[in-house]
Design a protein around this ligand. Structure first.
Ligand code: EPZ
Length: 432
């Protein structure tokens, strides 16, 4: 398997352009299948999850054309509604959005139950609760979800727990239901708003996205349109931390500063100097990192998808920090790998106590999931010596062209391929 070779200790400087948001793209692409006409989606992140999803919908009969590296045209007119196989839903949890899209388009869907993953068992009971409130009959068995609605009718759903996936999925199904739907205790994440904005551009009638009450009036049909996906606030936050742990000076551009408010606030607590412009934030770090306490929460709280990354940075902060995971039940699996790099962490259920260490020391480590891999990468960039980071396919699921972006900032990072050759800085060639 390929791995990253990172020789850290270099202050990262310069500009990085943030890609389209992964968690918006993996919902907007299925949403486009509900249109009766072709749609053009711009600012699509060129990441593994998007390619996996495009393979799935191509097999369902959608026609996809890449108009350029970040723009796709989706023609759903020949779409069929076959079962989404377990292999696909295992590779990409977000394939569950095909449930909502196919129910919205055809009134029926068959999708394999998505599995759990490294951060928790990830139930979908709230998704199914919402579909049933719209008159959909759901039956599950042999690892498959069968959904069938004789008539898709609007309803009111109160989500027992704030769920991004359930909010988006039920919103998808409700767009073409007869009558009005109200989603209460809805998720408020920016990508929920992005999906709603996309659907409204196709002719849907959704108001309230971004608040905890979303109202949908069913419409007869959706037309084609073009749409520009929002920037990825988690990728932005990850690069902001790369600047801080290396004592760097990075301008992170193509961002929406408002979406970064909780992240920016915490990084300033930790001693970063952050200046904002309309679509960029500049992050400089002089002096020592300071400790802070964090509890991850649904938006607008501090995002859970930044938790592993900020724990890596807090290892270098003076003092003791306490980080509590408020969303997932098991999101500290990366801790042992960070400890291999010298971290001093005590995990207890949903809380980690982070003691200061003078520096990370390079070692061979393994990414256990997407954001865990990002955390190990941050630690490796701070370490003064060389780290080998394996299972990097996790990182490439959600970070577009991460090597090139880091190399442009001055990082000494390269990727070994299966055959052992390197792409990256000359001085590292031959490292195995
Ligand atoms: C989305 O996952 C993101 N994934 C996750 O990002 C992110 O961590 C999460 O939202 C929270 O922001 C995508 O958007 C593809 P949830 P999702 O439903 O929708 C419980 C990343 O790193 N729950 O908001 O699956 C659940 O167990 C990934 O990019 C139920 O109990 O998350 C969790 O405790 C990781 N029943 C909480 O709600 C349900 O039916 C939030 O989950 C659904 C969820």
């Amino acid at each position: 398997m390929s791995k990253f070779i990172i020789k850290g200790g270099i202050p990262l400087k310069g500009n990085v352009v943030i890609s389209g948001a992964k968690n918006a793209a993996v919902a907007i692409i299925p949403a486009a299948l509900m249109s009766g006409e072709p749609c053009t989606i711009e600012n699509v992140p060129n990441i593994r999850d998007v390619h996996t999803l495009i393979d799935i919908i191509t097999n369902m009969g959608a026609k996809i054309v890449w108009l350029d590296e970040h723009t796709i045209e989706i023609d759903p007119t020949e779409l069929r509604c076959p079962m989404v196989p377990y292999e696909s839903s295992k590779q990409l949890r977000a394939s569950y959005y095909l449930l909502g899209a196919m129910i919205g388009r055809f009134g029926r869907a068959t999708v394999s139950m998505p599995g759990g993953c490294e951060i928790g068992n990830r139930p979908i009971d709230q998704h199914l609760k919402g579909f049933r409130a719209l008159g959909v009959d759901i039956c599950t068995g042999n690892g498959v979800i069968n959904a069938q609605a004789s008539a898709l009718t609007g309803g009111t759903i109160y989500f027992d727990t704030v769920s991004v996936g359930a909010t988006i999925n039920v919103m998808l199904a409700s767009v073409r239901a007869q009558g009005a739907t109200v989603l209460e205790n809805a998720a408020k994440e920016p990508h929920v708003v992005d999906v709603a904005n996309f659907l409204n551009s196709l002719g849907a009638d959704i108001v309230g996205a971004g608040t905890d009450i979303i109202r949908v009036k069913g419409v007869q049909k959706l037309t084609g349109h073009s749409y520009f996906i929002m920037p990825d606030q988690i990728e932005a936050g990850t690069f902001m931390l790369c600047s801080m742990v290396t004592g760097g000076d990075i301008e992170v551009s193509n961002v929406t500063p408002k979406h970064l408010r909780a992240i920016t606030d915490k990084l300033k607590n930790m001693g970063a100097s952050i200046t904002e412009s309309d679509d960029a934030v500049r992050v400089r770090m002089q002096g020592e990192l300071r400790c802070t306490n964090i509890k991850t929460m649904p938006y607008p709280g501090f995002p859970t998808d930044m938790q592993p990354q900020i724990v890596a940075a807090l290892c270098l902060a003076k003092g003791t920090s306490i980080v509590t995971e408020g969303v997932w039940e098991n999101r500290f699996k990366y801790a042992n790998e960070l400890i291999r790099l010298g971290a001093n962490l005590q995990v207890n259920d949903r809380t980690v106590v982070v003691e200061n260490i003078p520096q990370f020391k390079g070692a061979p480590v393994t990414a256990t999931d997407l954001r865990a891999g990002a955390a190990l990468m941050i630690a490796a960039l701070a370490a003064k010596d060389t780290t080998e980071l394996e299972q990097i396919h996790h990182i490439e699921r959600g970070y577009e062209d991460i090597i090139t972006k880091l190399q442009k900032l001055g990082a000494n990072i390269s990727k070994t391929h299966c055959e052992g050759t390197l792409t990256g800085p000359i001085e590292l060639r031959g490292a195995v």
